[in-house]
Design a protein around this ligand. Structure first.
Ligand SMILES: Nc1ncnc2c1ncn2[C@@H]1O[C@H](COP(=O)(O)OP(=O)(O)OP(=O)(O)O)[C@@H](O)[C@H]1O
Ligand SMILES: [Mg+2]
Length: 287
């Protein structure tokens, strides 16, 4: 059963699948990252030889104990942080700087408080030189996709609830037309019901647009609901523990995936892996 559920984590090389290397959207190769901590600048290994391949159109969830380096890995993939060694490859080319092809969505979406909602969503388009009328049309379309009502277009972020702000953040990421979405606990701060609605929205939009997504989450149910595969990172220093295939039918937002007979099996497997990595001395906590 274990064999059916999982692939051992020699994740590099998975790009050499029958579809050929072209099918790989993003690869991380042997990523090593060390931070220095404390006054003495003691080195702390955060990521230890992490490799992964994400196929085009695939939804990969990354889960791991707190401090296992999930955010650091995502920031390295986005080129917002540099690795000590190793390489990130997108569409066959080494990644050396942030790109509009990869949109990063943070837990706190970083909306500009002084800009209204429509201008927040238009911002990445304007930077790219898209004409105002076209940018407005694209932004409106994305806001509609994520279910934000048009009457909020002129509101400012502080006038919206947390869930609505996250919809705006998601709309902005989608408006960039980035092929790859890098999402760091995007729904972490939401109440359970809003989270569930937005998870469904994200699943639907991703299916409609064939985005490649890497989603960092602490929520096993979210990972199983959304992902094609779940990468489990070990406690800090983060290593690829295992990659679990989520072999559940799609579209998953149209029925209660939790009612599927395979669901508890997959969930239990991920939880067992995660629990085995949450050791007594824990992840990197600076001690
Ligand atoms: N800029 C930094 N300088 C020094 N140490 C850092 C820095 N950023 C992260 N770290 C350390 O690296 C380790 C991994 O941090 P990271 O934020 O990647 O973990 P995480 O898996 O995302 O954790 P969480 O689940 O709590 O979000 C932690 O011990 C953290 O303290
Ligand atoms: Mg994090």
């Amino acid at each position: 059963m274990r064999e059916n559920l999982s692939k051992k984590a020699s994740a590099a090389g998975q790009g050499e699948n029958p579809d050929g290397v072209d099918a790989v959207a993003i690869s991380a190769r042997n990523i090593v990252k060390t931070y220095t901590i404390g006054r003495e600048g003691k080195p702390m290994l955060v990521l230890d030889d992490v490799s992964l391949d994400v196929r085009r159109g695939e939804f990969l969830a990354i889960i791991g104990p707190s401090g296992s380096g999930k955010t650091t890995l995502l920031r390295i993939i986005a080129s917002l942080e540099s690795a000590d060694s190793g390489q990130v490859i997108a569409q066959g080319r080494p990644v050396t700087q942030p790109s509009a092809e990869r949109a990063m969505v943070f837990q706190h979406f970083g909306l500009f408080p002084w800009k209204n909602i429509i201008d927040n969503v238009k911002f990445p388009l304007k930077i790219r030189g898209v004409k105002d009328a076209e940018a407005t049309a694209i932004a409106r379309d994305q806001l509609r996709r994520v279910g934000l009502k048009p009457q909020f277009e002129q509101s400012h972020p502080h006038q919206l609830s947390g869930g609505m702000q996250q919809r705006v953040g998601l709309a902005r990421a989608l408006a960039t037309d980035a092929d790859v979405l890098l999402m760091d606990e995007p729904f972490g701060a939401l109440d359970a019901q809003t989270r569930e609605v937005l998870q469904g929205d994200l699943a639907r939009v991703c299916a409609q647009t064939s985005k490649t997504v890497i989603l960092v989450t602490h929520d096993i149910d979210e990972a199983v609901l959304l992902a094609d595969r779940i990468l489990v990172l070990t406690a800090g220093p983060g290593r690829v523990g295992e990659i679990v295939d989520v072999d559940l039918p799609r579209p998953r937002w149209e029925y209660d995936v939790r009612a599927h007979p395979k669901y508890p099996e997959v969930r239990r497997h991920v939880w067992d892996l995660l629990r085995s990595h949450i050791t007594e001395d824990g992840a990197n906590d600076g001690d």
